[in-house]
Design a protein around this ligand. Structure first.
Ligand code: ADP
Length: 153
C-alpha cells in the first residue's frame, strides 16, 4: 500500500520553515499532499489562488508532491485522498501543546491516522508566516524568510 501523507496549513505565505520540513518528508512517503485548509472566516493576506501558485512554484520539481485545497475537517480530507499520515512541524513547546490536542482529537475521529512531527531546524524556530506578512505589509524585504527564488505578488 502506498504511504500517503498530507501536510495541512494556511501557507499565508509559505516560508523557508515549511519548505524545510516538507522537503525532509519527501523520501519517507510515496505521495504528499501539501494542502491549504480553507477557513472562510479567517482573513488571509494572500488569496487561495496566490498561495496555491506559490506552493506549486516551490515544489514543482518534486513529482511526489501534489498541491491541493480543502474545506472541512482534516480527517475527512484524509479519508477522501486516502492519506494515512498527517505531517506537522514543531518549533516550540507551544507548538507541541497546540498540536498534541489536535493530533489526539484527530486520532479519536479517525483511528487509522497517524500524526508525524518534524522538529524544525534551529534557524527556523522563530520563523512563521505572520512575521513574513508583517515585513511585507511594512514594505520590508522578506526574501530571506521565503523559499529561494520565490517572488510573492
Ligand atoms: P497554521 O495556520 O495551521 O498554523 P501554518 O501554515 O502556519 O498553518 O503551519 C503549518 C505547519 O507548518 C504547522 O505544523 C507548523 O508548525 C509548521 N511550521 C510553520 N512554520 C514552521 C517553521 N518555521 N519550521 C517548521 N515548521 C513550521
Amino acid at each position: 500500500m502506498d504511504k500517503i501523507a498530507i501536510f495541512p496549513g494556511s501557507f499565508d505565505p509559505i516560508t523557508r520553515g515549511h519548505e524545510d520540513v516538507i522537503t525532509r518528508a519527501v523520501p519517507l512517503f510515496d505521495k504528499i499532499f501539501v494542502s491549504i485548509g480553507i477557513n472562510r472566516e479567517k482573513k488571509n493576506y494572500f488569496s487561495i489562488e496566490e498561495r496555491v501558485g506559490f506552493l506549486k512554484t516551490v515544489f514543482a520539481k518534486y513529482p511526489k508532491i501534489e498541491i491541493d485545497t480543502y474545506e472541512g475537517l482534516t480527517v475527512d480530507y484524509c479519508r477522501k485522498v486516502g492519506a494515512q499520515y498527517i505531517l506537522r512541524g514543531l518549533r516550540t513547546s507551544a507548538d507541541f501543546e497546540f498540536e498534541r490536542s489536535i493530533g489526539q482529537v484527530n486520532k479519536k475521529l479517525f483511528p487509522e491516522i497517524e500524526t508525524i512531527f518534524f522538529l524544525t531546524h534551529p534557524e527556523f524556530t522563530s520563523l512563521n508566516s505572520s512575521v513574513v506578512r508583517d515585513i511585507l505589509s511594512h514594505g520590508g524585504d522578506a526574501s530571506m524568510f521565503i523559499p529561494e527564488g520565490l517572488i510573492l505578488g
